[in-house]
Design a protein around this ligand. Structure first.
Ligand code: GAL
Length: 433
């Protein structure tokens, strides 16, 4: 109390000018505090605060986990719109299963997001694949310029079967925000052999494979003695296992699904049919026995880059980067793309990759999107978006508490390392009379 009396006495002894100065300081403090909740940086550019609570236009935390972003160019003066799709989580452990569906948000600046509702709803009918309580993860949406449809793919696990179903789910819509019509789910590439395996291996498993088949563990984690050359043969007739996944559309508009397969031990890259609704039976096995998941693939300056994680469930681990000259490989592992203290980069600052977002109108500029999972209270999982920087032709990641799109201005000064050709192509298509 005596302290407050002391302050009041001091205040009374201030001159008029001193009181004005003090009021000014308090006013600036209030403005700065308010700005902390804003989505622009000092120069007025959109700002990102990795792992901080990220609010939508209704001041509700954005609910789009394991997500991806689609950019649809507009016609001048409309600069185009980004659509962010992700898993809508609910509170508690229950949130690790699908209770609501896939949420979609829209934005023109990547920082402020408008809630556009649930793009794909879980079904109330228990006989449907995407019923409440199933697992629907890592949704991604691409636009097909031939069919003029938006096509959503996601990882689907049928209700009550844990992670054993390992299927791709597909839904389609005529507008970006949906509603999306569920088409079906399947294991990809039934009856197709991987393009990067020798003819001699192209026969389904038989009794002679029993010892190797008996070594297979199904908990999704790595183990010594993982048999690297048998699971795709085991699954030849029923289709390949597909868990953590992403989509990628190349410059020629050929689309691919990239997923953790073969009990999570091996990634597959599989070409989609021209309508993007199925796999085309052309696929390669990537890093067999490497136990990679959370794939996020992108292309820059003609090279393909793949971020992934190790397989430790919701717990974070060291990030991984692989690179290839062709999407079909060979893929070369480069190591952990993170820079920083060892204890942080050994767990990717608590995050797991989900997507790489090319920034419109900024050739060579990409945003790394990741999740910071909170499986005990799934709805409180956070988003970590970071600018990708380039070093000797390779992407690298470093933590920022805050950053803005001005980060990418360097790309305009001749240091650009890639072209966002897919976006340019889409722009041409959209702007056609
Ligand atoms: C993670 C995966 C998530 C989810 C989780 C379940 O490794 O990336 O999408 O499947 O495992 O434990």
């Amino acid at each position: 109390m005596t302290v407050y009396i002391h302050y009041i006495r001091a205040l009374c002894s201030f001159s008029h000018i001193e009181r004005l100065l003090l009021a000014g300081l308090i006013f600036c403090g209030i403005i700065l505090a308010a700005r902390a909740g804003e989505t622009v940086d000092k120069s007025g550019n959109p700002a990102f605060r990795p792992a901080a609570l990220w609010l939508d236009n209704h001041n509700v935390p954005i609910n789009a986990h394991g997500g991806g972003v689609l950019f649809m160019p507009g016609t001048m003066p409309d600069q185009g719109t980004y659509y962010w799709f992700g898993e809508h989580k609910v509170a508690g452990d229950l949130g690790n299963t699908a209770q609501v569906g896939i949420h979609v948000y829209s934005s023109s600046d990547l920082a402020s997001w408008k809630d556009q509702g649930i793009a794909l709803k879980v079904a109330d009918r228990p006989d449907m694949d995407i019923c409440r309580g199933s697992i629907i993860e890592r949704p991604k949406v691409v636009y097909n310029s031939r069919t003029k449809k938006f096509v959503m793919w996601f990882h689907l696990e049928l209700v009550g079967k844990g992670y054993a179903s390992a299927r791709c789910g597909v839904a389609v819509a005529s507008s970006a925000t949906g509603p999306y019509r569920y088409i079906g789910s399947f294991r990809p590439d039934v009856g197709a052999w991987p393009m990067n395996t020798s003819l001699a291996t192209h026969h389904p498993v038989g009794p002679e494979d029993r010892p190797e088949l008996d070594k297979i563990k199904t908990d999704g984690g790595p183990y010594p003695g993982y048999p690297t050359n048998i699971i795709y043969r085991r699954d030849f007739a029923v289709g390949q296992m597909a868990r953590d996944m992403t989509l990628f559309v190349d410059d020629d508009e050929t689309a691919y699904v990239i997923y953790a397969s073969e009990e999570n031990g091996t990634l597959h890259i599989s070409q989609l049919t021209p309508d993007y609704l199925k796999t085309a039976g052309r696929y390669v096995r990537v890093l067999p026995g490497g136990f990679n998941e959370a794939p996020a693939l992108f292309k820059s300056a003609g090279k393909y880059f793949l971020f992934s994680s190790h397989c430790t469930g919701w717990s974070p681990n060291a990030g991984r980067l692989s690179v290839a000259d062709s999407i079909w490989g060979p893929w070369r592992e480069v190591g952990n793309p993170w820079h920083g203290p060892q204890d942080k980069i050994s767990v990717s600052y608590g995050t797991q990759s989900t997507f790489v977002l090319p920034v419109a109108d900024h050739p060579g500029a990409f945003i790394y999107m990741a999740d910071l999972w909170r499986p005990q209270n799934a709805i409180d999982g956070r988003y970590v978006w970071l600018p990708i920087r380039w070093q000797d032709g390779l992407p690298e990641l470093a933590w920022r508490d805050q950053w803005g799109l001005s980060e990418f201005d360097y790309t305009a000064t001749g240091k650009a390392t890639g072209k966002v050709t897919q976006l340019e192509k889409l722009a041409q298509i959209q702007n056609k009379p």
